[in-house]
Ligand binder design. Sequence first.
Ligand code: GLN
Length: 270
Amino acid sequence: MQEVIKKIFNDIKILNEGKVADYIPELAKVDPNKFAISVCKVNGEQFNIGDTNDYFCLQSCSKPLSYCIAHDILGRDELHKKVGYEPSGQAFNAFILNKSGLPHNPMINAGAIMVASQIGKGQEPSKRFNIIKSYYNKLAGETEKTGFDNSVFLSEQHHADRNISLAYYMRENGAFEDKISPNEITESLNLYFQQCSTTINCKMAAVIAATLANAGVCPLTSEQVVTTDAVKDCLTLMYGCGMYDYSGQFSFEVGLPAKSGVSGCILLVI
Ligand code: GLN
């Protein structure tokens, strides 16, 4: 395996098209030359190459993780009364809802904001963030801890025009079901920004992917962190919607459940 990964690493490292995201200004400061691949197998065996110790924000790679948490709290049926499961065919932050006035799926921003709104509902913000942090750490095997980039969080919050609009568009369409207050919307948006601003390194990301590949059991700790039912639905959604409006092309060419994030990370589950 190591030789194959080394070859993939060397083949890809020389590609330098594309650019770092700058619509969240703090993300524009990231060095675009950083590159790493980490693999964790379901037996816990790991292989790392490149800048695998450097921390980066999870951004949208947090969406499948929070989806599993909300799935375990609410159950599939309750959760999917609030969010759909079809690809939208549109960009991650597109201003659209499905025919039922719900976000198309949990992998796009509107859907992920909805999912975040269901985690620790009614509890104070610190407790809600602690639920997410604790799950993320367990998914990543607890050997290294998640961090938090407050500058990115503040930057997201300050440039949140689209995400705030999406949340209020969902409210206008009754997507939240119960009468959510503006204050609750703000708290759920903040939780979403916080999960996106949570930092991990590439090695931890690989353990998270391996936990998903292993039906929710972390290969390093043997703990069942999220249920098999949640992981099964999560992988289906990653396969169909994880790469946004490139999901079809990605499934066609790669054919594996994946999730991208604007910080430049991809979680791939084999
Ligand atoms: N925090 C980012 C946003 O809400 C996440 C988007 C992404 O990674 N695709 O815009």
